[in-house]
Design a protein around this ligand. Structure first.
Ligand code: GRF
Length: 199
């Protein structure tokens, strides 16, 4: 299965996919890594031919950047497009081109805490449980069908930083498992629910 991965920063989730592929825990190939930041460390985790980046500020509109990004992603003929620490909102035109095979990992137990600053918001709410979700991407932010989630406890004295640090390895395991399920063709979506059509 051909994976295109969208990144914006450190790329630890991308690295989790790369490691799983290298260790034969994930039957897939990363055919392109795409970023809105030319200096994203994530881009350095793959060979130069796989890297693509463009500066959104060089485009008159979000739709203009998204169209360029979509063309670049389409060019590598991905079976799945995975947002892994991608920090820009994908417009409806981009989503429309890949909907149904466009995934995102989000650091909260959706539907709680769509959007940013999820760890701080969970702490402010006094939640005793937090976690991450892998979901299908739809035009509405962080609102697509959830495929799988990884819960962690919130511990006394937690800060957004300690919570994020405890969650990150769980995100990595969750992303590999969810992408593996999707990439194997055993994942179906019906009425807002994700089903594993395990044979
Ligand atoms: C991760 O917590 C991810 O859930 C969020 O961005 C963070 C950075 O991820 N979307 P990465 O290290 O760049 O993969």
């Amino acid at each position: 299965r051909r994976l295109a991965v969208l990144v914006s920063g450190r790329g630890s989730n991308l690295q989790a996919l790369l490691d799983a592929i290298a260790q034969q825990r994930l039957d897939a190939e990363i055919v392109g890594v795409f970023s809105d930041k030319a200096d994203a460390h994530a881009l350095q985790r793959v060979a130069a031919p796989l890297r693509w980046s463009a500066d959104p500020k060089a485009f008159a509109s979000r739709a203009g950047f998204d169209a360029e990004l979509a063309d670049a992603v389409q060019a590598v003929r991905p079976d799945w497009v995975v947002c892994a620490g991608y920090m820009r909102i994908l417009g409806a035109s981009f989503v429309a081109r890949f909907e149904g095979r466009l995934l995102n990992i989000h650091p909260s137990l959706l539907p709680r805490y769509r959007g940013l600053h999820t760890h701080a918001r969970a702490l402010e709410a006094g939640d005793t449980e937090h976690g991450a979700s892998v979901h299908f991407v739809v035009p509405e932010l962080d609102a697509g069908t959830v495929i799988a989630q990884a819960p962690i406890p919130v511990l006394p004295g937690d800060t957004p930083e300690t919570l994020a640090a405890r969650l990150l390895p769980r995100e990595h395991a969750l992303l590999v498992a969810a992408v593996g399920l999707a990439a194997s063709g055993r994942l179906a979506e019906r009425g807002g629910q994700a089903f594993c059509d395990a044979q």
